[in-house]
Ligand binder design. Structure first.
Ligand SMILES: *[C@@H]1O[C@H](CO)[C@@H](O)[C@H](O)[C@H]1NC(C)=O
Ligand SMILES: *[C@@H]1O[C@H](CO)[C@@H](O)[C@H](O)[C@H]1NC(C)=O
Ligand SMILES: *[C@@H]1O[C@H](CO)[C@@H](O)[C@H](O)[C@H]1NC(C)=O
Ligand SMILES: *[C@@H]1O[C@H](CO)[C@@H](O)[C@H](O)[C@H]1NC(C)=O
Ligand SMILES: *[C@@H]1O[C@H](CO)[C@@H](O)[C@H](O)[C@H]1NC(C)=O
Ligand SMILES: *[C@@H]1O[C@H](CO)[C@@H](O)[C@H](O)[C@H]1NC(C)=O
Ligand SMILES: *[C@@H]1O[C@H](CO)[C@@H](O)[C@H](O)[C@H]1NC(C)=O
Ligand SMILES: *[C@@H]1O[C@H](CO)[C@@H](O)[C@H](O)[C@H]1NC(C)=O
Length: 713
């Protein structure tokens, strides 16, 4: 039972990895989240008809809260009715993960906040917001009833991104809503891989009340209506305003159809914004700004009439504009404006213009560097699956390695100059692996606790699991688990096979030594070397690639093991155990012919010695661990009598072209008969220390052996 529940855990573990992409974007590629919404049901937003999901699938931190009734307003978007808050825990950073994105694509990401006294403290917080691993902006809430929108246009470096709230000690971070919208990469050329745009304002001049979003703007930008009717009048048209080919901003017609112009035709249009220190990370200089001004002529300009105007910033001339009729045009800077506390934009008619200036829409952004590179994505998804499975919620938040000051506990990260940081180690020193009397003595004797070199975290965790489960079983049935490594079982339930030299009966194809010479092109290519001799590459007549394990003649040892392996391999068939194609017993020569495992051993992949082998992703590592465990499970549970491999290690786990794992090398394996194997022997331990089957390790026999080895070494 214990082994079965272990297997269940392993399967859940793997399922966790494969399930990573459950919160999918909709058909537009939009992700729309109502943060803090209870339950699992999505709802359709009245204004946009977009479906908003609860946030539980996107974050594992924080708690749901409803705002105070006094701040509740049916006029507000429903996302503001509730918030998710992140009371201080072990981690200062709390994150949402948006997945199924396209790496290298430009996205608009938007976070909405309305405090609404959800915590009853009447103390609106100040906290920092991060787009992935890069500072986005400070969210300074001063009015409990005001909603704040943080929006950024960024190129997402990986296929997922995180939005993180950083507790800066000025109150509990919270969030009301989170939206992600894909943009074309040609849009907003000022946003690129190293620079993001943070929205300061986005204004639709002319109307007083129509807030434009999706579906009028297919990219779901929010356009705030604005007109100061004391100075300006609205100009509008019902005709469609078109975007020019290769338009860099694709402002929707609904926005461009309205504009403002001065009441007094000889006045200019004046617009200003002030530099916001909170738009820069604490200690950094104030940000630079990008202004994008959108113009279209909405009136037919006939005869000698001319509408032309100069655009200047803080009295410095920028450009001269003559908008086209019913075509959207834009004027913008590419080098950010810097160095001022206030920026005055002035639109003034030129001397020969007969008409006043006009402006249809305006966007102001500050620029943020997005030069922090997140941890290698495959490492992140693997470690995230582990985190999910082991519920390491409190301290593992955000990117595992970036920024360095917020790197996760227990992880070792490697920071390269020109590439993503990678996770090179987990759980250094395995502080919690030591169980009862298996603890190492403090004088540095080897640990019984299975210490596997750091990159194999998944394998470690699975072994811990298996050990844990088996230890629980030990108290129940240890007497039955005693293994005698010496005495061979003379018979077992299948009756017909025995392990004696000479009596071998194999069903598989039999090869002669000559055949082998031909298959391997006279033993041309060595694949590896084991205790019994070399393994060669071969190709059968019909083209099947094989590995030929030839028993070294110089070795007078190992005949028994060799035959044992052949014997076992004819009995067992499982997709995670290497399968035998045939054998050779030709006079002195003995060989086994296996299916060819083109990717070699697991060890070659994780030890990093062979530069030709690519690094395994964490998902692949977990799958390999699971598959290996399934192979073992078959040996232990599916075989009668059970087989104990006795030498499970990374060099005995082989990978095929599809990186599917198969356990190999059954030379030391042993049939295990519960009823007859009760004799305790302490004379030999077979297998590689540190890699022996957990069943075997936890048997009484092993403890005796182990304690002896400690005292005699
Ligand atoms: C918030 O209000 C909704 C509906 O009124 C309710 O179902 C939900 O349980 C409330 N959530 C919390 C955290 O109080
Ligand atoms: C949204 O639509 C529903 C159904 O039409 C209506 O009952 C509800 O009052 C609307 N809410 C808002 C905020 O307009
Ligand atoms: C938040 O805004 C208020 C009002 O503008 C200001 O007084 C306060 O210093 C700001 N706090 C931070 C941490 O920026
Ligand atoms: C992004 O734009 C900035 C400003 O124009 C420029 O300095 C930087 O080199 C660009 N980065 C990339 C990766 O193109
Ligand atoms: C329009 O502006 C000009 C210059 O600013 C001023 O001389 C004129 O009186 C204004 N006209 C009206 C009607 O306000
Ligand atoms: C911007 O305009 C205001 C009002 O006209 C003026 O007081 C201020 O000095 C101007 N700022 C700059 C930097 O030109
Ligand atoms: C507009 O700009 C041009 C070019 O700088 C300049 O010659 C002209 O005087 C400006 N006109 C006005 C009305 O400011
Ligand atoms: C208006 O004056 C500018 C020079 O200031 C000139 O380039 C432009 O052609 C003139 N436009 C018209 C319609 O005369």
């Amino acid at each position: 039972m214990a082994a079965r529940s272990c297997l269940h855990l392993l399967i859940i573990l793997a399922a966790g990895v494969l399930q990573a992409a459950r919160a999918q974007p909709d058909s537009n590629g939009f992700i729309s989240i109502d943060c803090g919404l209870s339950g699992t049901a999505s709802y359709v937003d009245n204004a946009t008809k977009l479906s908003y999901s609860p946030d539980a699938a996107f974050t594992d931190a924080g708690t749901n809260n409803n705002i105070s009734v006094e701040y509740f307003s049916p006029a507000n978007s429903r996302i503001f009715d509730n918030v998710r808050s992140f009371p201080s825990g072990a981690a200062p950073r709390s994150c949402y993960t948006l997945s199924s994105l396209v790496a290298g694509l430009k996205y608009l990401v938007r976070a909405n906040f309305m405090y609404g006294n959800y915590d009853g403290l009447r103390r609106p917080p100040v906290f920092d917001l991060y787009a992935g691993v890069n500072f986005w902006r400070t969210v300074n809430i001063t009015d409990a009833a005001a909603s704040i929108t943080a929006e950024a246009i960024i190129v997402v470096p990986e296929d997922s991104m995180q939005v993180c709230l950083l507790n800066t000690g000025a109150g509990t971070p919270f969030i009301s809503g989170l939206d992600l919208r894909p943009l074309k990469n040609s849009l907003y050329p000022q946003a690129n891989a190293t620079q993001g745009l943070v929205m300061v304002d986005r204004v639709n001049y002319g109307p007083t009340d129509t807030f434009i979003r999706y579906p009028d703007d297919p990219r779901d930008r929010g356009w705030r209506p604005l007109i100061d009717t004391t100075r300006y009048v609205e100009v509008s048209t019902t005709k469609t305003v078109q975007n020019v080919a290769k338009d860099l901003f694709e402002v929707p017609s609904a926005v461009m159809q309205t504009a403002i112009t001065p009441r007094n035709a000889s006045d200019s249009i004046e617009v200003y914004w002030t530099a916001d220190p909170s738009a820069a990370s604490a200690g950094d200089p104030p940000p630079g700004y990008i202004a994008i001004m959108h113009f279209s002529e909405l009136q037919l300009v006939q005869g000698n009439a001319v509408r032309a105007f100069n655009i200047s910033l803080n009295d410095e001339w920028l450009d001269r504009m003559m908008p086209d009729y019913l075509y959207a045009d834009a004027d913008y800077n590419t080098v950010p404006f810097r160095g001022s506390n206030r920026y005055n934009l002035t639109f003034r008619a030129t001397a020969n213009s007969t008409m006043p200036p006009i402006i249809n829409a305006l966007e102001i952004f500050s620029v943020i560097p997005t030069t922090n590179v997140p941890t290698y994505a495959k490492d992140v998804s693997g470690i995230t699956a582990i985190k999910k499975q082991y519920e390491v919620k409190q301290s593992w938040m955000g990117d595992p390695c970036v920024p360095k000051t917020l790197a996760w506990d227990w992880l070792t990260c490697s920071y390269a100059i020109s590439s993503s940081p990678t996770i090179t180690g987990v759980y250094e020193n395995n502080p919690d692996l030591c169980i009862d009397d298996t603890c190492p003595s403090p004088n540095g004797k080897p640990k019984l606790a299975i210490y596997i070199s750091v990159p194999i975290v998944a394998v470690t965790m699975i072994l811990v699991l298996v050990l844990f489960c088996l230890l629980r079983r030990k108290t129940k049935g240890s007497a039955n688990n005693i293994v005698n490594p010496h005495s061979e079982p003379t018979s077992h339930s299948h009756g017909s096979d025995s392990y004696g030299h000479g009596s071998i009966q194999l069903e598989n194809r039999r090869f002669t030594y000559k055949d082998l010479q031909m298959i391997t092109n006279n033993f041309e290519q060595v694949l590896g070397k084991g205790g019994f001799g070399y393994v060669y590459y071969g190709i059968l007549e019909e083209g099947t690639q094989v590995a030929v394990k030839l028993r070294s003649q110089s070795s007078n040892q190992g005949v028994k093991e060799f035959l044992r392996e052949a014997q076992i391999l004819t009995r067992i068939h499982h997709k995670n155990l290497v399968s035998m194609i045939g054998y050779c017993k030709d006079g002195e020569y003995m060989a086994l012919v296996y299916e060819y495992m083109s990717e070699g051993t697991l060890e070659e992949h994780i030890a990093g010695r062979d530069r030709n082998k690519r690094n395994l992703t964490w998902t692949e590592r977990l799958r390999i661990a699971l598959e290996s465990a399934q192979g073992l499970e078959y040996l232990h549970k599916g075989c009668s009598p059970p087989l104990i491999h006795r030498d499970v290690k990374a060099t005995n786990i082989l990978l095929n072209m599809k990186l599917e794992a198969k356990i190999a090398d059954f030379g030391l394996s042993k049939a295990f008969n519960h009823d007859s194997d009760t004799h305790v022997s302490t004379s030999i331990l077979v297998g590689t220390p540190g890699y022996i089957d957990p069943e075997y390790v936890i048997s009484k026999f092993f403890f005796i052996y182990y304690i002896q080895s400690l005292t005699t070494k």
